[in-house]
Structure formats: C-alpha cells, structure tokens
Ligand binder design. Structure first.
Ligand code: DLZ
Length: 164
C-alpha cells in the first residue's frame, strides 16, 4: 500500500535519536476530549518509550484547538524545552467555523516555528466525523500522537545538532 511506509505509529526505536536528556511540552485541547486524551496518551507513552523522563514532559491544557498556538507560546517562553507538541481535533460541521479554526491554528503554529528556536509539532486532526478521529487516535489507523512524538524527538535532535 502506498502509505505503508508513512505510518510512523510503527517507529523503529533503533534508528531514533537518544532522547533521554530532552525536555518536551505538550499542549492539549479540551474540545473532543475523548480524542485528544487518546492522542496525548500516544504521545506521552512514546516519549517515555524513547527515554524521556516524566519530569521532562510538561503538559498544559487549553479550551480548544484555536488556543493551541498561545498555549505553545506560553511553554516556549517559560520553559527550556526542545520541542512542543500541540494536540487537538477539529471536526467538520455544517458551518465555516471548521475552516476558521483550522486556518487559525495552522497559521498560529507556523508563526511559532518562524519565531522560536524550538520546533512546535502539529498534532491536530481535521476530520469529517468522530469515527475518523477515533481511527487516528488509537484505532485502526494508528495513533497520530505517537507520530507527533516521533517527529518531536527527530526535530529536537536536529535543533540540538544545528542550533547549539
Ligand atoms: C468553536 C469550536 C468549534 C465549532 N469546533 C471546534 C472543534 O471541532 N475543535 C476544537 O478544538 N475547537 C472547536 N471550537 C472551539 C475553538 O477552538 C475555540 O476554543 C473557541 O472558538 C474559543 O476561542
């Protein structure tokens, strides 16, 4: 299948950078909590599996995905983190609110990546319905939280090698 090699939920630990001294922020949106908690658990357990210690994982909650950029900025400004993972899910409704929230969070996170010397990772599901979100937060399509943690460790390693 064309996407078989793109499912990072099945990461190879042996090829991953050593994350034992890395420090991460995780910002979690409370909107559609059932889904975002699944994504958080995937990200958190993966960071631990890659050697990150619990005291080096800082969690903050925000009300909705639209608030993720500001939540990430609060962590970037106040903690010496190697990367921040932002977790949310926006589900398609019958209004254009979906587009506004998706645009707002995406543009906000892009700006953070242009502003700060630590990367912000995008773990925001944008689905047609809750079933699709369930499939991607620990269901049949894996867990995008796992993939976000893998991306965070890889980007943190790049930052450490290139920016200091
Ligand atoms: C208002 C709103 C709507 C309609 N849908 C979602 C959603 O699907 N996912 C999500 O994370 N947040 C949603 N929100 C809330 C906004 O993100 C934000 O919290 C409020 O507009 C307050 O700024």
């Amino acid at each position: 299948m064309a996407t078989a090699n793109k499912n990072l939920s099945n990461y190879d630990k042996n090829t991953m950078p050593n994350a034992s001294s890395m420090r991460f922020g995780i910002v979690v949106s409370e909107w559609n909590e059932e889904i975002t908690e699944g994504l958080f658990n995937g990200a958190y357990e993966t960071l631990l599996d890659l050697g990150v210690t619990p005291d080096n994982i800082i969690r903050e909650n925000v009300p909705g995905s639209f608030e993720l950029p500001f939540g990430a900025r609060c962590i970037l400004e106040s903690e010496a983190v190697d990367a921040v993972i932002t977790i949310g899910v926006v589900i398609q409704g019958e209004t254009r609110h979906f587009d506004f929230v998706c645009d707002g969070v995406t543009q906000g996170l892009v700006q953070l990546n242009h502003t700060y010397n630590a990367p912000t990772i995008f773990c925001v599901l944008t689905d047609m319905n809750i079933e699709q979100s369930r499939a991607r937060s620990g269901g049949e399509h894996g867990n995008k939280g796992v993939e976000a943690a893998v991306a965070a460790v890889k980007m943190a390693d790049l930052r450490r090698r290139r920016l200091r």
